[in-house]
Design a binder for this molecule. Structure first.
Ligand code: E4P
Length: 222
């Protein structure tokens, strides 16, 4: 399962590229806002960080756009800025039409804000390169997500769609485990979620035991 960072903060991206050999990046309008920089400035900086790699960077079109032709127009503009850019489009009738058109133009897309298998199916039919089911948002409203990724994965496999699942809005280690076992191709989460997922209180406890043993081991000159 590929590890994507969900962020538009350049220091976080540099850190995860350096430490984790990040597989790709996802951004959304919230992350762009949190960067504190204008949209085009920050995505140009991000493009520079991924230049010369084949790592995908999802950049979302203006979420106010409801006309598919306008979505396509902006998607084409974004795709010309960097070969890494994947055009992120919200799930809707116009969004799926735009995904279909962008796909026909050879532009990779990421169908975002996916909350049901039927939306994932429309995205796959339209040719979406990535499909992003939102796990954390569903759970925040009390919905179970136990079978969500599994069902999307099974739908894609059974009907031989090539789209890859990015399990999105991931909040904790348990969700990383669940989506990995359910067949997500990629996972995207914030820096802190991944850093937490590398830790465990038992590991800290174990390190203390080993440090004590190390300190009590006779030295070479004893
Ligand atoms: C996915 O591509 C989205 O950017 C992301 O996971 C949305 O959720 P969040 O920003 O609430 O984590």
């Amino acid at each position: 399962m590929k590890l994507f960072l969900d962020s538009a903060i350049t220091d976080e991206i540099k850190h995860s590229l350096e430490y984790w050999d990040l597989d790709g990046l996802t951004t959304n309008p919230k992350h762009i806002k949190n960067s504190g920089k204008p949209f085009f400035r920050v995505i140009e900086e991000i493009a520079g960080l991924f230049s010369g790699t084949d790592k995908p960077v999802s950049v979302e079109v203006d979420p106010h756009l409801t006309d598919w032709e306008k979505i396509v127009e902006q998607g084409v503009k974004l795709s010309k800025m960097s070969p890494n850019f994947v055009v992120k489009v919200g799930a809707s009738e116009s969004g799926f039409k735009a995904i279909r058109e962008l796909t026909q133009l050879g532009i990779r897309t990421n169908a975002t804000l996916i909350f049901s298998v039927s939306q994932a199916w429309h995205a796959a039919r339209a040719g979406a390169y990535f499909i992003s089911p939102f796990i954390g948002w569903k759970e925040a409203y009390g919905e179970s997500t136990t079978t969500f990724i599994l069902e999307v994965a099974e739908m894609l496999e059974r009907h031989e769609y090539d789209s890859q699942i990015i399990a999105a809005a991931i909040r904790n280690s348990r969700q990383i485990t669940d989506v990995a076992l359910a067949g997500a191709h990629c996972v995207t989460a914030g820096l802190a979620v991944y850093q937490e997922s590398m830790q465990n209180p038992y590991t800290v406890h174990g390190e203390k035991i080993f440090q004590a043993a190390w300190d009590e081991t006779p030295s070479e000159d004893s």
